[in-house]
Write a protein that binds this ligand. Structure first.
Ligand code: F0G
Length: 454
């Protein structure tokens, strides 16, 4: 059958407040045209992020009841640690309240002025945590990944030749290499096992550790199973084991594939680093058997990890994201090809050629989706990446709007509605205008910047 059915029934529901175009025009003006500043009750379909917004399962809520809040050595910690260890195999697991706390600890220990941290593409919090230490975060995405129209199976791959060149000249300045799987800022595109292996072999030759920024590890493994020769008959768990056999450590946001509303961890095989990380953890997050989390959160993550690698779930997850991407592609709406795992990325540069990059075409598209349909997406372009640490402003390589799909949250009719709104946006696109920024903070400006329509 063609119809993708959700492999779950709905057990408890949340209301969606309905709003009109006029109400939304007022709301977005009051939010200074920044979608992060909107009250969520004014949003109908919230595709701002897939982070912490998924629906937990019956078994996760049951696990929450089983949570034990002992300060030290809680049984919930043991359940969490063995779930993480069984899947990823890292020797030392350090729980944190979310992904960026793990990044902050890792790069505080590895970073510093004169250091260079290469990645396929750094996610914005990773880049900010690297740069905060004075180190340089550089992106070495493969050339296919830079072409939004090209259909290729593994557009998240790092450019291994460019990495080899960097390591040959500067290995002593490189404290770690990062692979973001899937590559969130580059269209949610996967990294192949061959690329992970080649990166790992290169890193080992130069004695540089490889860390996987692992938020969407299960989606990445599913793409490997579907697209990479030799993996079609392997289980996702087996594929994950192989992926992590090539890594020296990982950072994780449990708010994505691990299906929790909060949580994360840093894991490493480096005992010395782990010891120093635990000392920092106590300073800012908590005792090493809970990090920044409650015991019940640790249990929800442990259960979520089992559900994340379910083939029925991943089949539905990747097919339903593709359903949105294919519908938009069919109507001629410019999107990044192929569809990502957790999100569809609209190409604002191609849709709005009349708006120059420094007038933020992505922001214009995101505001239009909200005004016309109550859909909240996220600009991933010059607003997010345009301001360099030295204060200068440059156009981003791509001008995208991400429609991130929360896990197990929206049904196919919600997505059909999104498609209909996009059809409307496509029609009015030639009349859309750009924005200027009236106020912005020194870093991570997209969260709080204020805009004015031109
Ligand atoms: N790495 C990647 C690839 C991410 O996508 C995120 C978060 C993080 C690290 C940080 O994790 O939020 O738990 O601190 N991404 C969210 C998003 C915010 O919307 O894509 P966190």
């Amino acid at each position: 059958y063609q119809t993708i059915i959700e492999p779950f029934r709905i057990h408890s529901v949340e209301p969606i407040p309905m709003t009109t175009v006029a109400e939304r025009s007022d709301a977005i003006r009051d939010a200074h045209y920044n979608l992060f500043q909107l009250p969520a009750r004014k949003v109908m379909i919230d595709l701002l992020t897939d982070s912490g917004t998924g629906a937990m399962s019956r078994d996760q809520w049951a696990a929450i009841q089983h949570g034990d809040e002992s300060y030290a050595g809680s049984p919930s910690w043991e359940i969490f640690e063995s779930a993480v260890h069984d899947l990823f195999g890292c020797a030392h697991i350090i729980p944190t309240h979310q992904g960026r706390a793990a990044e902050r600890i890792l790069f505080a220990l590895l970073g510093g002025p004169s250091k260079i941290v290469p990645a396929n593409t750094h996610f914005d919090t990773t880049r900010a945590n690297v740069e905060y230490t004075g180190a340089k975060a550089i992106d070495l995405l493969c050339s296919e990944g830079l072409d939004p129209e090209l259909d290729a199976p593994f557009k998240g791959n790092i450019d291994v030749a460019a990495l080899a060149n960097l390591l040959e000249h500067n290995a002593s300045d490189v404290p770690a290499v990062v692979l973001t799987i899937t590559n969130n800022s580059g269209g949610g595109q996967p990294v192949s096992m061959a690329n992970i292996r080649a990166t790992s072999e290169l890193c080992r030759r130069f004695d540089v550790p490889l860390y996987l920024d692992s938020c969407r590890f299960a989606e990445n493994a599913w793409f490997i199973r579907q697209r990479e020769p030799g993996y079609a008959t392997k289980s996702v768990t087996e594929i994950v084991h192989e992926m992590y056999s090539w890594a020296d450590g990982m950072t994780m946001s449990a708010k994505k594939d691990p299906m929790a509303n909060i949580g994360g961890w840093l894991a490493t095989n480096d005992e010395l680093l782990a010891e120093r990380a635990r000392t920092m953890l106590i300073l800012t997050e908590g005792f090493p058997t809970y990090g920044g989390l409650a015991g019940r959160d640790l249990e929800a993550i442990a259960q979520g990890l089992q559900e994340a690698v379910s083939h029925d779930y991943l089949q539905y997850r990747i097919a339903s994201t593709g359903y949105l991407g294919n519908a938009l592609d069919a109507m001629g709406f410019p999107v990044v090809r192929p569809s990502g795992g957790h999100a569809i990325y609209l190409d604002a540069r191609r849709l709005l050629p009349q708006i120059p990059p420094l007038e933020y075409p992505g922001q214009a598209l995101a505001v239009a989706l909200y005004e016309l349909g109550g859909i909240r997406g996220c600009e991933i372009g010059t607003v997010m990446f345009g301001r360099a640490p030295d204060g200068s402003e440059h156009p981003s390589a791509l001008e995208l709007v991400r429609l991130a799909i929360p896990r197990r949250t929206y049904t196919q009719s919600h997505i059909d509605y999104v498609v209909e709104v996009c059809e409307n946006v496509l029609q009015v696109a030639p009349s859309l205008r750009g924005y200027r920024i009236t106020k912005e903070p020194p870093t991570l400006r997209h969260f709080t910047a204020q805009f004015e329509p031109l």
